[in-house]
Design a protein. Structure first.
Length: 250
């Protein structure tokens, strides 16, 4: 309940600041939040809006899911196996600083104009973040835990399930939360051209037509998508890392 109150207070502050800025700049430059809310209500009654929203939601979820499914196991491998780490880490850290968005033309050339290049671009962007954090979480694990587990006769599969994955999971989910915002930003860039569906396309199309209200409807919708993705990560953390909720707080 306290968290909900904090969210509502933050939303109220944003709306007040938005309204004041709209009055100062004028409705052409910055439509009032009430006008955008009415336009959003009208848009929500149309099938076209939900097609745009559904396309963006699918791409974001698929990209985040693919990035997690590849990066988390690979991060566990690099963190636990020194041979694999020596072989692959130089490649990872050499390509990690590369802004993945610059690969969009390459992916469009290879996979066409459908969803595949956009999903792969999101997966690449968020996967690196999850991979690096997961690897670090495993490598920072106190070696005494590993020694104690092996002395009890634990198998490699049990080691991964009961020690390595739980140790790396909280930090990896935190990385996923951060990556969810990055995923929405990458999604906007990917949907800004070479597509006719998605909230990014909706925003840029409205901007090209100088329809400020519809443009801000797309901006609000994409912002809400980011919030929903972040809250989904919080829900996943509550299910997968119950010991964090049980930990005493000061």
């Amino acid at each position: 309940m306290r968290r909900l109150i904090h969210y509502l207070a933050a939303a109220l502050f944003i709306l007040l600041a938005w309204d004041l800025a709209s009055r100062a700049l004028g409705p052409y430059l910055l439509p009032a939040p009430a006008d955008v809310a009415l336009c959003l209500g009208r848009a929500a009654q149309t099938r076209v809006f939900w097609e745009h929203a559904g396309a963006s939601c699918w791409r974001a979820l698929a990209g985040l899911g693919l990035g997690w499914c590849v990066a988390f196991p690979l991060g566990l491998l690099l963190g636990a196996a020194r041979a694999a780490d020596r072989a692959l880490s130089p490649l990872v850290f050499l390509t990690y600083p590369l802004p993945k968005i610059v690969l969009l033309p390459v992916l469009l050339t290879l996979f066409g104009l459908g969803d595949t290049p956009k999903i792969l671009l999101i997966a690449l962007t968020v996967g690196y973040q999850i991979l690096v954090v997961t690897r670090g979480g495993v490598q920072n694990l106190d070696s005494r835990f590993l020694t104690a587990f092996r002395s009890l006769g634990g198998t490699p599969a049990q080691l991964v399930r009961h020690v390595l994955a739980p140790a790396a999971l909280p930090d990896a989910i935190t990385a996923l939360k951060v990556a969810s915002g990055t995923a929405v930003a990458v999604l906007f860039m990917a949907e800004s051209f070479a597509t006719q569906r998605g909230l990014g396309f909706l925003i840029m199309d409205a901007w090209g037509r100088s329809d400020q209200e519809e443009m801000f409807v797309g901006i609000v919708a994409m912002s809400l998508l980011g919030v929903l993705l972040h809250e989904a990560c919080n829900a996943a953390e509550a299910v997968l890392c119950p010991w964090k909720r049980a930990a005493p707080t000061e």
